[in-house]
Design a binder for this molecule. Sequence first.
Ligand SMILES: *[C@@H]1O[C@H](CO)[C@@H](O)[C@H](O)[C@H]1NC(C)=O
Ligand SMILES: *[C@@H]1O[C@H](CO)[C@@H](O)[C@H](O)[C@H]1NC(C)=O
Ligand SMILES: *[C@@H]1O[C@H](CO)[C@@H](O)[C@H](O)[C@H]1NC(C)=O
Ligand SMILES: *[C@@H]1O[C@H](CO)[C@@H](O)[C@H](O)[C@H]1NC(C)=O
Ligand SMILES: *[C@@H]1O[C@H](CO)[C@@H](O)[C@H](O)[C@H]1NC(C)=O
Ligand SMILES: *[C@@H]1O[C@H](CO)[C@@H](O)[C@H](O)[C@H]1NC(C)=O
Length: 497
Amino acid sequence: MVGSTSFVKALPLLAVSAFAGVNYPTIPSDLTTPFQQRLAVYGLNAVSVGWNTYEQLNQSCVLYGTSADGLSSRSCSTTSSTYATSRTWSNAVVLTGLTPATTYYYKIVSGNSSVEHFLSPRAPGDKTAFSMDVVIDLGVYGKDGFTTSSKKKDTIPVVEPELNHTTIGALARTVDDYEIVIHPGDFAYADDWYLKFSNILQGKEAYQAILEQFYDQLAPIAGRKLYMASPGNHEADCSEIPYLNELCPEGQKNFTDFMHRFEKTMPSPFASSSSNTTAQALAAKARSYANPPFWYSFEYGMAHIVMINTETDFPDAPDGTDGSANLDSGPFGKPNQQTDFLKADLASVDRTITPWVIVAGHRPWYSTGSGNGCDSCQAAFEDIFYQYGVDLGVFGHVHNSQRFAPVYNGTADANGMKDPKAPMYIVAGGPGNIEGLSSVGTKPDYTEFAYADDYSYAKISFVDEQNLQVDFYQSSTGDLLDSSTLYKSHATQFVQQ
Ligand SMILES: *[C@@H]1O[C@H](CO)[C@@H](O)[C@H](O)[C@H]1NC(C)=O
Ligand SMILES: *[C@@H]1O[C@H](CO)[C@@H](O)[C@H](O)[C@H]1NC(C)=O
Ligand SMILES: *[C@@H]1O[C@H](CO)[C@@H](O)[C@H](O)[C@H]1NC(C)=O
Ligand SMILES: *[C@@H]1O[C@H](CO)[C@@H](O)[C@H](O)[C@H]1NC(C)=O
Ligand SMILES: *[C@@H]1O[C@H](CO)[C@@H](O)[C@H](O)[C@H]1NC(C)=O
Ligand SMILES: *[C@@H]1O[C@H](CO)[C@@H](O)[C@H](O)[C@H]1NC(C)=O
């Protein structure tokens, strides 16, 4: 979502006298110091480690092992990339040969780094219960954003006392309650630098400063948990603010920072674990059509999770070169590449191995409030979801929490939560950012829950092969706001309906 246009129009007149330095983090004297750490599922028995440094690294390496004083394995790469307006370089290394569902210790090789740890991914087909947190539309906190004051545990980021960020604090406070996180779009809100008068003449610096702050704030979570990213409109915002076109820094356009940060750390679809040769061939096809970090899939225990791009790369995509959002971005693939990927990927899923299929993206087509649904997204994706029996669609973009009964083409499934054919949908856009919350507005009749009183986020629990629990929590208090359970018999091995 975007800020108020009338407010923006007043800026050029008011801004000049308010010039002040942007809040850049301090550059360390040891330039090999890792910042902005981020982990991700990278494949079967593989995890990527991404981080930024204030110099280019000739070689990036990570030591790892199953005890803190036995980091016997080492992975390296020569990946260290940047773009014109950035102060930092993105580095990425893939750790392979991991034993599934095991605690690993790792140390990014640097003169100034410490040993951290993570749980390696569960193997596809592991039927152990686990939870996955969902945050979308999560912005920086501090002087360039908004915030909260939770103080607990080693993982809690340092929060300036006058400020109030709740959701990163909640993820830290509950760090043992979930195994992975998905974040389908809208990171940092660095493109909202213009909302602070003092930034108006230094957009390039302000944009970078907010990104550096945000990813430092996220590192205690993303450096501990497998943290899966896909794009939202705020990864491409520039032309949305007509007055600022000329001022828009190069790195802000066309998903530039997002690509540098995540393209080497997000996975390609896994090879199929199914013994069915058709499924194996479809998974191979999906792998060839995937385009991480824009669209891809991964498997984790009972779940097959697909991340899609609701911004570009389908007809009338809102952020495309002729899109309604005027963001003039993409395309990142060939025509139909994303939808061909999605069809092949979903058709390949063997429900005896991964009974649960979740698809996550940024813009919803089911939402409360008027004008919040993305019609072109619905036209491109909804029938595919239905045809292949997607269990749950996860979206954000609208800054609040919403849950809908299973629904297809605007009609609630007659079976409700007991073995519906249609997907259930949620919006988890309430974690908090400088633009604040969106009011709930009008509710479609299949609405089950809608909340916009405080910042909130979602937790999806894979209870067993038939039961999926979806919970929403108030970030500041940890109070459970809504809980529901979707039952699916998952009796069909390859769903096509
Ligand atoms: C070491 O890293 C910390 C952040 O983790 C940083 O604050 C400090 O300045 C670094 N020290 C040196 C010598 O660069
Ligand atoms: C990287 O390699 C160049 C020469 O290829 C060298 O001058 C530079 O010092 C190296 N940097 C680091 C951090 O090792
Ligand atoms: C911070 O959050 C708490 C709890 O939600 C609230 O009571 C307090 O007013 C907030 N403080 C600021 C400065 O927004
Ligand atoms: C293999 O999977 C395809 C769908 O991908 C399905 O149509 C076919 O019936 C399966 N074959 C067997 C032997 O299960
Ligand atoms: C955006 O980036 C992609 C990938 O680099 C490129 O193919 C595309 O042309 C760019 N789009 C615009 C509008 O610059
Ligand atoms: C979807 O619903 C519209 C009316 O809301 C109807 O005209 C159309 O035929 C429906 N499409 C399908 C595929 O059911």
